[in-house]
Design a protein around this ligand. Sequence first.
Ligand SMILES: Cc1cc2nc3c(=O)[nH]c(=O)nc-3n(C[C@H](O)[C@H](O)[C@H](O)COP(=O)(O)O)c2cc1C
Length: 299
Amino acid sequence: MNKKVKTISPSDISQPELHAYLLSAVAPRPICFASTVDKDGNVNLSPFSFFNVFSSNPPVLIFSPARSGRDGSMKHTHQNVLEVPEVVINIVNYPMVEQMSLSSTAYDKGVNEFEKTGFTQVKSDVVAPPRVGEAPVAMECTVTQVIPLADAPGAGNLILAKVERMHIQEEYLDADGQLDTQKLDLVGRMGGSWYTRSSGDSLFEIPKPVRNKGIGVDRLPTAVVNSAVLTGNNLGRLGNLENIPTAAEMEAIRTDDAVVMILSETNAAELVTKVHQLAQKWLEEGKTQEALALLFSYE
Ligand SMILES: Cc1cc2nc3c(=O)[nH]c(=O)nc-3n(C[C@H](O)[C@H](O)[C@H](O)COP(=O)(O)O)c2cc1C
């Protein structure tokens, strides 16, 4: 590999520049749409994409309101969870994205962004902050820890939120009662003002790594690993297979009609390319074991 690389030491560039690189690189990020209340019961609703699930036992989500990059001030959400350690984390899907974006406006403390954005405020079961009625999933949480990473402008504050109740709109469940990724159409935050939508062609499935451990790319023939035809994704799929093909499997593949045709039509110089192209076609068709046998037969 001979690619030109730009290398950055965080202390050599400004905080906004570093912020932009980090947020474009670490993406897409899920969005925690956090509803909180202050000690007087004023409701706040704001989005945070420094967010993820970190444990299912106990069920813990973490998000991070940062100190303002301009003046180091604390976000209202951060202030609220220190006053009332509870939060409802609402999950954002495509039909909600523009109203959610509006809620990130720096309204004054005490302004209720449910009202500003037109989202429906639904009373929670076990925590004070309300949930968003439109959200496909909403989780009532208690805040177990708030961990400041520093006091400087841009510094994050990890808010550890333990899930006490989960509300799922039934229209997003499939026949097995599981959340249906296609129906959910969740959105993710990218760098700048970009978002991503998870539906249609942007969704794809990869078979999970086999339980008994795949053979690994390192056990594929060298010509396959260095192929000008096969991609890294092709190699990953092949390396997930459990066994090197047997002599019988390789013998059988040599009699396959498509293989026989290649052998009859192709000169020796082109053979490897043609074999790799056929293996790639089989991989796309889901014939992974056959592709592996072919590649081991003509290495
Ligand atoms: C999709 C999205 C994701 C955001 N993620 C974060 C984040 O992870 N951390 C943060 O400090 N601000 C983030 N912001 C900006 C806050 O939402 C914004 O500062 C908001 O005004 C904070 O509201 P509050 O002061 O009422 O808590 C994000 C904004 C949007 C639109």
